[in-house]
Write a new protein. Sequence first.
Length: 266
Amino acid sequence: MDFNLIIIGDEIIQGSRVDTHFSAIKNLLNERGLRLRQVQYLPDDRELITLTLQRSLQDAYPTFVTGGIGGTPDDHTRQAAAQALGLPLALHPEAVPAIEAIAERRGESLDDPNHLIRLNMATFPAGVDLVPNLYNNIAGFSAQEHYFLPGFPVMAHPMVTWVLDTIYPHFHHQIQYQSLSTWIYNVPESNITTLMHDIENNYPGIQTFSLPSTLQDANSPYQYRIEFGLKAQNQASEQLPQAWAMALATIQNLGGVLQAIDSPSE
């Protein structure tokens, strides 16, 4: 099963904070035999977030959305989600107690201006479900398999875990993903392009990939290398050994030097 990821925040787009959502959420999916289909990065722009969510809702893939659900003026995700869903914003009665608990701890009354501002964090598109936040009990929300989470990794990543293990456990490890790869030296990428087409034409369901990179080691006899590989799902994986043997033999006939990915490089 594939999931999408939308990461929102000027601080990430502008580089003042390093994104950790992509790698962490990808790993949480991989651990369960699930896969990240695509990732998008968006600034704190309500119109752009709204348009992106409208397209994503039509796309109909389960989607995690991180960032922008706080109560400050630069948080736009709740409002954009409401507009994309065609729903009004409303206080969620199950989310309010956690906000009231903050006021109680701080000795504030429920009509204190600071408390009323914090209530924005319990204001969601009407009728959505909550996503529990074990870190501080201030919930995220979900609608149409879109899961809206805080931008803080310490909160968002456990919430992703909750979603995957509570809502999608029956999809864990349902699809078999397999891949094989090797380093290729001494052959330019253009020389293996025909091979890649031949494999995909002769072995339906098998995909090829080629990732060239330059080498910085002055002692290496090669200027660059290619990470070449094959990947497949489910029944198509049965043809991987045969396709792989053919690929390696062809590359060697072209003069390519092969090296296992996990072997020490020159």
